[in-house]
Design a protein around this ligand. Structure first.
Ligand SMILES: Nc1ncnc2c1ncn2[C@@H]1O[C@H](COP(=O)(O)OP(=O)(O)O)[C@@H](O)[C@H]1O
Ligand SMILES: [Mg+2]
Length: 264
């Protein structure tokens, strides 16, 4: 199953995708996790320290290798240069499978150990100001799009993509590549405005969209989301002290829970 997390910046896409990935890992399911956000935070959210996150190979820098492998012996793709992000697989093309080892995963994915087992993490790589609005930016997300177009997921196999904020995630065709898209929304006007936009695109392109309410703190918040998004509301998540503690400690192993004590 291919799953995307989208939503406004700061809504909790990275947090909820990382919690979902952690959950999948505990079930033993094979998972490919992809950080396709401009702000690359999925690695740290999965417990990598700064140095480990910085050492992750950038997919955007390995585009020729990705194209070369995927095009295989497809006679309709004369060269890697003529292959673009939307070039579909055809006879002779190679496909990626979630569980297998292949040169694309060797070059672009790294195992991240989680409770329950390791997942594969792939990242587009950091974006610089110079990338935005120019070809490089799209070559970075284009690498993800190409891989998704060539990725075959079996039953109980998961590809989870942390997407870029707001409407940027439908600047390319990538948003049509998922079995389900989780739109993370805080119970605020801005939070649901991205939902409205996305809902329109979803309707036009047959995208299955469900809203995950985040930082929902009481009945008022729940009522607000229900009124704004109706049946598209799948579930809600409250404020998580675990998430906050993880952010302070950096690594899950080093979280120490403290029960509040009265000051001496
Ligand atoms: N359910 C939650 N409980 C506590 N803190 C949260 C929760 N969801 C998100 N946060 C915090 O909110 C901030 C933004 O979340 P993040 O996942 O980085 O958003 P996004 O990826 O959408 O930009 C982070 O500091 C994160 O720890
Ligand atoms: Mg994020």
């Amino acid at each position: 199953m291919k799953i995307a997390f989208v939503g406004k910046g700061g809504s909790g896409k990275t947090t909820l995708s990382s919690l979902f990935i952690r959950h999948l890992a505990t079930t033993g399911a094979p998972v490919v996790a992809v950080d396709a956000d401009i702000n690359q935070h999925l690695g740290p959210a999965l417990g990598l320290d700064e140095a480990e996150a910085a050492a992750l190979p950038a997919m955007g820098e390995r585009l020729p290798l990705i194209k070369d492998y995927l095009r295989g012996s497809n006679p309709r793709i004369a060269s890697t240069e003529t292959m673009i992000k939307t070039t579909p697989p055809g006879e002779g093309s190679r496909l990626l499978r979630v569980r297998e080892d292949n040169p694309v995963f060797d070059a672009c994915a790294r195992p991240v150990e989680l409770e329950g087992g390791a997942v594969r993490l792939m990242v587009t790589g950091p974006f610089t100001d110079a990338d935005l609005g120019v070809a490089c930016y799209h070559s970075k997300t284009g690498a993800v799009e190409l891989c998704l177009n060539h990725l075959v997921d079996g039953p109980d196999e998961y590809v989870v993509v942390d997407m870029t904020a707001g409407s940027d995630s439908f600047a390319s065709g990538m948003f049509t590549r998922f079995d389900i898209t989780f739109l993370v929304a805080e119970p605020t006007r801005k939070g649901v405005s991205v939902y409205r936009q996305y809902k329109e695109y979803a309707r036009d392109f047959g995208v299955t969209l469900k809203v995950v309410g985040n930082k929902v703190q009481g009945q008022d918040d729940l009522d607000f989301l229900r009124a704004e998004v109706g049946d598209d509301l799948l579930m809600t998540v409250g404020h998580s002290n675990w998430v906050r503690a993880l952010e302070k400690a950096g690594r899950p192993g080093s979280i120490s829970w403290r029960t509040p004590t009265t000051a001496p």
